[in-house]
Ligand binder design. Structure first.
Ligand code: B12
Length: 213
């Protein structure tokens, strides 16, 4: 059994080079890519969050950990997106206006791509109008919104409203997620679905489009 603790600790301490090497070693040892993400990388980021909350870590520590997380994801991402080529639908994804967190959004995008969805990634700090315009242009089936700050949950609501106001309600399904988002909040802003993880996001996308899970 390959030990994922070194990878976990490399992310926790923000060592980008070591994190990437450890991710590559785990892959070479045959560990399932999702097990690497869920078993070591996500717990490390959760611990980073906990330390930030308890003031053991500060913003520079967050940045270093995020950079280590991104570099560990580099060798893993192609494996998440490889495989099924069938076109399951088009998803326009982004982190809402005012919010710069992208790691969770990138994971969801990679999982959707790996499961046959065409993914148009608008990046971070995306204005409601941009989601609307690109969803129209691409004739998207789904718009997927990510928010990590309680202060940007309002941007998420504004984006859902803009989509509905543009006459896309029903034509485009809106999925939402991110650490502060709940099913209750998703329902309250009129979103079509919520998931608290990237694997669940794929099942949810299929479900709202009426496809078998
Ligand atoms: C890394 C990080 C940063 C990095 C982000 C780097 C980057 N390139 O993304 C940096 C340093 C830039 C940063 C900045 C800030 N951050 Co920050 N950050 C984090 C941290 C530690 C981890 C986030 C993360 O990447 N998690 C890992 C990913 C994989 O998880 P996830 O995003 O939740 O995504 C999963 C699910 O939520 C879901 N999901 C996500 N999106 C979607 C979308 C859909 C459609 C679906 C279905 C599912 C889904 O699937 C994903 C995969 O399983 C969190 C703490 C935490 N534990 O969340 C704080 C945290 C989010 N940050 C916080 C804060 C306060 C800030 C700052 C305001 C700090 C400051 N004083 O400047 C700034 C804000 C900048 C801005 N305008 O956005 C707070 C937010 C508190 C709050 N209540 O709002 C947190 C919770 C830390 C804390 N405990 O206090 N941050």
């Amino acid at each position: 059994m390959h030990d994922l603790k070194t990878l976990h600790d490399a992310i926790l301490t923000g060592e980008a080079g070591a994190a990437k090497v450890e991710a590559e070693r785990a892959l070479a040892a045959g560990v399932d890519p999702l097990q690497i993400v869920n078993g070591a990388m996500m717990p490390a980021m959760n611990e980073v969050g906990r330390r930030f909350e308890s003031e053991e870590y500060f913003v520079p520590d967050l940045l270093l950990a995020a950079r280590a997380m991104k570099s560990a994801l580099e060798p893993i991402r192609p494996l998440l997106v490889a495989g099924k080529m069938s076109q399951a639908g088009c998803v326009v994804i982004g982190t809402v206006k005012g919010d710069l967190h992208e790691i969770g959004k990138n994971l969801v995008a990679a999982m959707l791509e790996g499961n046959g969805f065409e993914v148009v990634d608008l990046g971070v700090d995306v204005a409601p109008e941009r989601f609307v315009n690109v969803a129209r242009e691409k004739q998207a089936n789904i718009v997927a919104l990510s928010a990590l700050l309680t202060t940007t949950m309002g941007s998420m609501k504004a984006t859902v409203e803009a989509i509905h106001k543009a006459g896309l309600k029903g034509k485009v399904k809106v999925l939402v997620g991110g650490a502060p988002i709940s099913q209750t909040f998703a329902d309250s802003i009129g979103a079509d679905g919520f998931s608290d993880n990237a694997v669940g996001a794929v099942a949810l996308a299929r479900r709202v489009l009426g496809q078998a899970a």
